[in-house]
Design a protein around this ligand. Structure first.
Ligand SMILES: [Zn+2]
Length: 250
């Protein structure tokens, strides 16, 4: 199984990263997309991927981390000089940082263009900004390859992103009892567009909700989606592995 969105590079794993990786292997989680989101974590993803072959590093500028237009020169330089499997995470986040809205849009659009230019998939973060996210992406319809990461919108909106050619990434919230809409999305989107993620250390699934999340817990996301779709664990695992391998070329 593949965790297509992990931040095992976070400080909270510094004392037991080896144990976390062992628990992945014990649960048959054999590949992890290790997601950077600004300069320090982009470097960290490279460093850890050289040390552990389970990791596939990305590089991006998260909307909460935008500084100025030079972010794009930095990132282009970085992806030319390092092996990355995706651009991102990138996108729009108006939840905490509305005041950088305009700059966020510029840095997001720059990363979309880079993903097309370098033929790399995009990892898209969107929080309280779903319409703007869609409108910017729509300009590039026909050229896009990527995932709406940690998707939390409606099924109807998911269908619009699917029509742009994007995948939908689902995480821990799909396992929560009261998560009606994520469950509806999990049940109804085409299986060949679904990806499993953890977004660890955040978004912890049941039964560990409230504790630190880690990549091995992606098995709980798989289990829940299998249940919702009336399929076997193995069927969801195989389908989502195929999707992840093809999107990220891993
Ligand atoms: Zn993330």
């Amino acid at each position: 199984m593949i965790d297509t969105h992990s931040h095992l590079l976070d400080e909270v794993f510094k004392d037991d990263l080896d144990d976390c990786i062992k628990r992945c292997k014990d649960n048959n989680v054999n590949k992890i997309v290790l997601v950077g989101f600004e300069r320090i974590t982009n470097n960290k993803a490279q460093e850890l991927s050289k040390k552990y072959d389970i990791f596939y590093p990305t590089a991006g500028i998260h909307p909460e981390e935008v500084k100025d237009i030079s972010d794009l020169d930095y990132l282009e330089d970085f992806i030319k000089n390092n092996k990355v499997y995706a651009i991102g995470e990138c996108g729009l986040d108006y939840h905490w940082t509305k005041e950088t809205k305009e700059l966020q849009k510029i840095i997001f659009e720059g990363q979309i263009k880079m993903s097309i230019k370098y033929n790399l998939p995009l990892i898209i973060h969107s929080r309280d900004a779903i319409e703007d996210t869609y409108n910017i992406l729509e300009k590039y319809k026909g050229q896009l390859r990527g995932v709406m990461h940690c998707y939390s919108g409606s099924l109807e909106m998911a269908q619009r992103f699917l029509s742009l050619g994007l995948y939908i990434g689902l995480d821990g919230p799909v396992t929560f009892k009261n998560a009606k809409e994520p469950k509806r999305v999990a049940e109804n989107i085409p299986l060949d567009r679904l990806l499993l993620e953890t977004d660890c250390p955040w978004m912890t699934p049941s039964p560990y909700r409230g504790k630190r999340n880690e990549s091995s817990y992606v098995v709980y996301v798989c289990e829940e989606i299998a249940k919702l779709r009336n399929m076997t664990y193995r069927e969801i695992e195989e389908a989502t592995d195929r999707n992840a391998s093809s999107l990220f070329n891993i």
